[in-house]
Ligand binder design. Sequence first.
Ligand SMILES: [Mn+2]
Length: 329
Amino acid sequence: MAETIRQMSLDNVLKGHRSVAISGHVRPDGDCVGSCMSIYNYISTYYTDIDVHVYLDPIPDIYKFMKNTDKIEQVDGEDLPVFDLFICVDCHEASRLGAAAKIFKLAKHSFCVDHHLGDNWLCEENYIFPEASSACELVGQILPKERITEEIAECIYTGIVTDTGVFQYESTSPDTLRMAAELMETGIPFSRIVDETFFQKTYNQTRIFGYALLKAKLHMDGRIISCYLTRAELDEYMVQPKHLEGIAAQLRETKGVDVALFLYQTDPEGSFKASTRASADCKINLAEICANFGGGGHAKAAGFQIKMEPEKAVEKIVSAVEKALDRLG
Ligand SMILES: [Mn+2]
């Protein structure tokens, strides 16, 4: 098997820069927080002369064990700082950056580490490999092994675990496992990280999880499964959109299902976030389908935002997926 040759080092990218801003996508997940914080912790440990800042939407509590997450800032006001370098992780389009796009626009230089599909690359310098398991795995590749401390390793490991479904999805490669092994050697509490960031649920999360699965419907003779949750249902179970992690993945595990579709209402005006997941054997490109709805992602996991009655939205997306599955035969 051909070895992936990826040559770039964060140390080289940082040369000559005195101030650095780091950011990732809106609604940050474990890979986004992990890749931002591993870079932040690397720079603050080894480059004490660089003024480094990290900007993200408020992050889920489960990721707050990572060092320096209390330093995360939100983009606020009009008088924004101009940075020498903007580092964009786990996304490569301005629209996915949310408010941090303003900081990006002002910055003198830019660098991106990402693993999403899509051609609209934003930054000057890019380290983008869609086949990689996670942005965190790519961050691990550009840091010198001997300088990855336990605190940095925890961040990277969390991102890999999040995006591979604990080393389950097809994007998991021998390189992923080799990196995980090296991270383990730094002494990280790997078992606790998996449990507390991936599997553990609050009581309310457990209940909405069960409720969502009960609501699921099959389409196309069982090849597609769908489920949607409205704002009223989230309120009833006292959960927020950020507490719905794992539902789409569980729907996908249904025997005979090629594609799972999960929608949840994100604002009172009736906008829904749609997440799609494909089974391991299905050759569909969900990133392409979701791009037609204004979103994107990966071939087997992609999403978009849609403002429509949920029943109608499900119908529309199911029909698009059905056409694509038909074309595959
Ligand atoms: Mn990711």
